[in-house]
Design a protein around this ligand. Structure first.
Ligand code: HMG
Length: 444
């Protein structure tokens, strides 16, 4: 049986903050840190009537409508988020409630849940839906997986540069139109304290360490994956969507991945004249000396035409949306998948039958790798998405407006900020109920 992603929709927060033009000058920083260093041009933010429920429900509504589905076609709703506002009632119940406002049927026989493991829980939710179908428990129904987050940091935290907000809705089914998920996976997982939110809204982050932990866990996951599928060659995969907290992070990860994949291949041999062979640990007296030589080799490798061509084809396309929206936490790797396939469609590439190497990551920390085989319906699926319109329609924030929006979404600040955009044919946050629950309405 083929099981995988049948369709995807994204929903971006409706506000846009330009990092180079607006944020950097206000912070007294060089715009190059954002555009060149982090690789980010803009962040997306939710308007005052948007939150993780509205963004998730709106993405899911668009997906269900486009695929011609009714609630009885859905057997489970899994929401992955690290921005939940309730320790008991899952966000998926709110999303189900929203969708029931616009469909005749209901989700009373759908299994609903919420997954937490920082950014990797979106991929873990895909696993849950995949396993449920493979186990034959789905009664012919599909699973709805929604990754939704408002990735905000405290004001003046270094992470403020990488903020973002949006949702990705994915339909998991038998005989999928978009991609088949591989049964094979690799994991790298360890008890880390690089990024966490112990009963607080904004994360405590050890930013520099988080970068090292990301690389260490991704490496472990690759090795574990190779222990299942055998050695990977750089040409095995047409795209490499990785978790993208900011594109500069993926630039570092891709260099290490390529060094690893090209070791002991004809690529290493053909580059030897230009940059030498890769350093081997046994040739060095200490770990430190080896690490230094490996870092030097990696720098030289990334300057070669061979590497740059691979990067332009396999990695760069996956970063194109992220550059415009920032980190969407649980949705980020799924945005990278969309970006890569969208770029291929726009450039007339035929991806049918090709494979992607998908690398997910969540702080705390865990990485996972699996492969996805692109299905015949991919071009129609990706072509039906309206990502460019959504990005272009965002309201541009001045720095002063950004400060008000940040306050509006800060649970510790009393604020009374008017909305910046007018909602149309979408779910909106509509105030509080008698037990402190959040209320939602569909606006025509
Ligand atoms: P920072 O101190 O603000 O920035 O922190 P920086 O000074 O390190 O500069 C960033 C890069 O820009 C550097 O590049 C600079 O050299 C370069 P690098 O040396 O690293 O290659 N740069 C410039 N380049 C060109 N022209 C210039 C210029 N100026 C500087 N003028 C940091 C950066 C990432 C630490 C910070 O933004 C942060 O704390 N972010 C939040 C944590 C994060 O995103 N970590 C990533 C890995 S953890 C992860 O992915 C999990 C996560 O998604 C959460 C989850 O799982 O739930 C975050």
């Amino acid at each position: 049986m083929t099981v995988g992603i049948d369709g995807i929709e994204v929903w971006t927060g409706k506000l846009r903050l330009d990092l180079a033009e607006t944020f950097a000058p206000a912070q007294g920083e060089n715009p190059g840190k954002y555009t060149k260093g982090l690789g980010l041009y803009a962040s997306s933010f939710p308007d005052t009537y948007e939150d993780i429920v509205t963004m998730g429900a709106n993405a899911a509504h668009r997906l269900m409508d486009r695929k011609g589905l009714e609630p009885e076609d859905i057997g489970r709703i899994d929401v992955a988020t690290e921005s939940a506002f309730d320790n008991s009632k899952p966000v998926s119940t709110y999303v189900g409630g929203c969708l029931e406002q616009v469909y005749d049927g209901d989700f009373h026989h759908a299994n609903k849940g919420e997954r937490k493991f920082a950014c990797i829980s979106g991929t873990q939710s895909l696993d849950d839906a995949y396993n449920w179908i493979q186990a034959g428990r789905n009664r012919g129904r599909a699973g709805l997986v929604i990754a939704t987050d408002t990735a905000l940091y405290a004001r003046d935290d270094p992470g403020e540069a990488t903020q973002g907000a949006g949702a990705v809705a994915m339909l998991i089914s038998e005989d999928p139109d978009l991609v088949e998920l591989s049964a094979e996976q690799g994991y790298g997982s360890a008890d880390e304290t690089d990024f966490l939110k112990p009963q607080q809204q904004f994360p405590s982050v050890d930013g520099k360490r988080s970068v090292q932990v990301y690389l260490a866990r991704m490496r472990e996951a690759i090795e574990d994956y190779e222990s299942v599928v055998g050695k990977i060659h750089p040409d095995d995969y047409v795209l490499g969507p990785f978790h993208t907290p900011f594109p500069g992070m993926v630039r570092k990860a891709a260099a290490l991945a390529y060094r690893h994949f090209s070791r002991d291949t004809e690529i290493e041999v053909s580059l030897a004249e230009e940059i030498g062979r890769q350093p081997r640990r046994e040739a060095f007296d200490s770990d430190e000396a080896f690490r230094e030589a490996a870092a030097e080799y990696t720098d030289a490798l990334t300057d070669t035409d061979t590497y740059q061509e691979w990067y332009e084809d396999v990695i760069e396309p996956t970063l194109k949306i992220s550059r415009e929206v920032g980190n969407w936490y649980t949705g980020s790797v799924h945005v990278a998948r969309v970006a890569g396939m969208k770029h291929a469609l726009e450039n007339g590439q035929n991806l049918t039958g090709e494979r992607m190497l998908v690398g997910s990551y969540g702080s705390g920390a865990q990485a996972e790798f699996h492969a996805e085989t692109i299905q015949a319906g991919w071009a129609e699926e990706v072509g039906a998405m309206n990502v460019d319109e959504q990005l272009a329609d965002r309201h541009e924030l001045s720095f002063e407006k950004y400060e008000r929006v940040h306050d509006a979404h800060n649970h510790d600040v009393e604020s009374d900020v008017d909305r910046f955009t007018a909602p149309e044919a979408e779910f909106v946050f509509d105030g509080w109920g008698r037990m402190g629950e959040r209320k939602y309405t569909y606006v025509e």
